[in-house]
Design a binder for this molecule. Structure first.
Ligand code: HEC
Length: 160
């Protein structure tokens, strides 16, 4: 091997190690940049279920759905005047409060007056009659009270 070949071999060796250093620097800086963008390397990890947020599908409930004659949203019986009741009587309180109170027409009128005077219930106009009719027809006062007096009983005298 003459001087020239020796020199060439040295240059080649130096060149190779320089290239290795260069590649190492490029790889290392690439890694650094990746770490800055994604510090916990999350995009390299396999996507297991736990890393997904569980999103429950929102069930769409049809506001006007009626099943077996019952308005599902309010529980009211579907009959004449039912929409007037839904629109005027379920805004402030549950429809349950309406239907659990079984009154006659006069008491309904008085209850509505009371709400208008003290609870900011608006003037119902012609709907008041429709609403009262609906309530009296579909939620009539229950016939509860004292049983009929007994008849045909032979009472006996208590003796001292
Ligand atoms: C502006 C709001 C509002 C609207 C609309 C409304 N109410 Fe009320 N209502 C109230 C408030 C407030 C109460 C008292 C609730 C309580 O005591 O918790 C009440 C109570 C009642 C009660 C119970 C009364 C009692 O003696 O305990 C009935 C029955 C009732 N409402 C029926 C109706 C009917 C029928 C309609 C439709 C015509 C209606 N409400 C519309 C506000 C309203």
């Amino acid at each position: 091997m003459n001087e020239q070949d020796k020199f060439r071999a040295t240059v080649k060796a130096v060149h190779r190690s320089l290239m290795l250093v260069l590649v190492a620097v490029v790889v290392f800086s690439g890694l650094l940049v990746f770490m800055m963008v994604d510090p916990d390397f999350s995009s390299l990890r396999s996507k297991d279920m736990a890393s997904y947020e569980v999103v429950q599908p929102v069930e769409e409930v049809d506001e006007d759905l009626i099943v077996d004659g019952i308005h599902v949203r309010t529980g009211l019986i579907e009959a004449d005047g039912f929409m007037e009741v839904v629109n005027n009587c379920t805004n402030c309180h549950s429809a349950k409060l309406v239907t659990q109170n079984r009154m006659n027409a006069e008491r309904w009128a008085a209850t509505i007056d009371w709400m208008q005077e003290t609870q900011n219930l608006w003037d119902l106009g012609r709907n008041e009659e429709i609403i009262i009719n609906y309530l009296v027809t579909n939620y009539p006062p229950l016939k509860i009270g004292r049983r009929a007096p007994l008849t045909g009983v032979e009472w006996y005298e208590l003796k001292e």
